[in-house]
Design a protein around this ligand. Structure first.
Ligand code: PXL
Length: 276
């Protein structure tokens, strides 16, 4: 048997299984790669929101990254919820030691809050995101709330979306993807990809669904899987955009709050498998 491409997510756990490390692993599986995890935090969470956060010691986060990278090998990595400046510093150091963000692509999804508005990143950690993480990133994938926190730009128009891409690029990543999904008045979902010279507009349909928990995680992890399989950034982002669009269409209700987007659309015959 051949060993599949291996991906690493450095992120938090969502006990409800909708977002975070659970969304990443589900996406990695659906994309046909071997997913590995460096857990940063345990959240107490269901479809209604987050009621508790317990962080993992920074040195344990770093040790998980180094353990899998030195033995199993990583073809691409991503970060999600990092919780504190101390964890971000530990992640930056560990990534440097195993060449993640150098020869190994690193996708940084600068998760700041849950969709219910529960904080997943300490306010004092924003500067560490800007100075320690963005300069190491192959690609950063902020939504418009994260763009506002990181750059101060409140994006409401396509031209402001371009200004934000430039401001984010100036923080040091090789590529920036400014996701337009939160521009709800827009009939389409326009994500803007920028490498410091050229803007690439990725347009997808906007579905009228409320179950969108884990959408950012699913996009970033599908891009990471595509990078691990050897795609360049432009084709990986195009593949990821297609993957998240289909996963939003396949979203399902869960609990009495917000349900998750679903990569299960990718599995043949998923509904009838194990049916008696
Ligand atoms: O979707 C962003 C996200 C990432 N990671 C964890 C989360 C969430 C959203 O709730 O709980 C652990």
């Amino acid at each position: 048997m051949l060993t599949p491409a291996r991906t690493l997510t450095i992120a938090g756990s969502d006990s409800g299984g909708g977002a975070g490390i659970q969304a990443d692993l589900r996406t990695f599986f659906a994309c046909g790669v071997h997913g590995m995890t460096a857990l940063t935090a345990v959240t107490v969470q269901n479809s209604l929101g987050v009621t508790g956060v317990h962080t993992v010691p920074p040195e344990v986060v770093a040790a998980q990254i180094e353990a899998v990278a030195t033995d199993i090998g990583v073809q691409a990595a991503k970060t999600g919820m990092l919780a504190t400046a101390a964890i971000i510093a530990a992640v930056a150091g560990a990534c440097d030691r195993v060449h993640i963000g150098q020869t190994i692509p690193l996708v940084v999804d600068p998760v700041a809050a849950s969709m219910h508005g529960d904080p997943l990143l300490a306010a004092e950690a924003l500067d560490a995101i800007r100075t320690l993480l963005f300069p190491r990133a192959t690609l950063v994938t902020p939504n418009l709330d994260e763009v506002r926190l990181i750059t101060g730009i409140d994006v409401r128009t396509r031209s402001q979306q371009r200004d934000a891409a430039k401001a984010l690029f100036d923080l040091g990543p090789l590529w920036v993807l400014v996701k337009g999904g939160h521009m709800r008045d827009d009939a389409e979902c326009l994500d803007l990809l920028y490498d410091g010279s050229e803007f690439i507009e990725l347009v997808g349909p906007r579905y009228d669904v409320t179950d969108t928990h884990g959408s950012g995680d699913t996009l970033a992890s599908s891009i990471t899987a595509a990078l691990a399989k050897g795609n360049d950034v432009v084709s990986a982002v195009r593949l990821g955009k297609d993957f998240i669009t289909r996963s939003v269409r396949a979203a399902y209700p869960l609990g009495s709050g917000v349900g998750p987007v679903s990569p299960l659309w990718r599995l043949p015959d998923a509904g009838s498998f194990f049916a008696p």
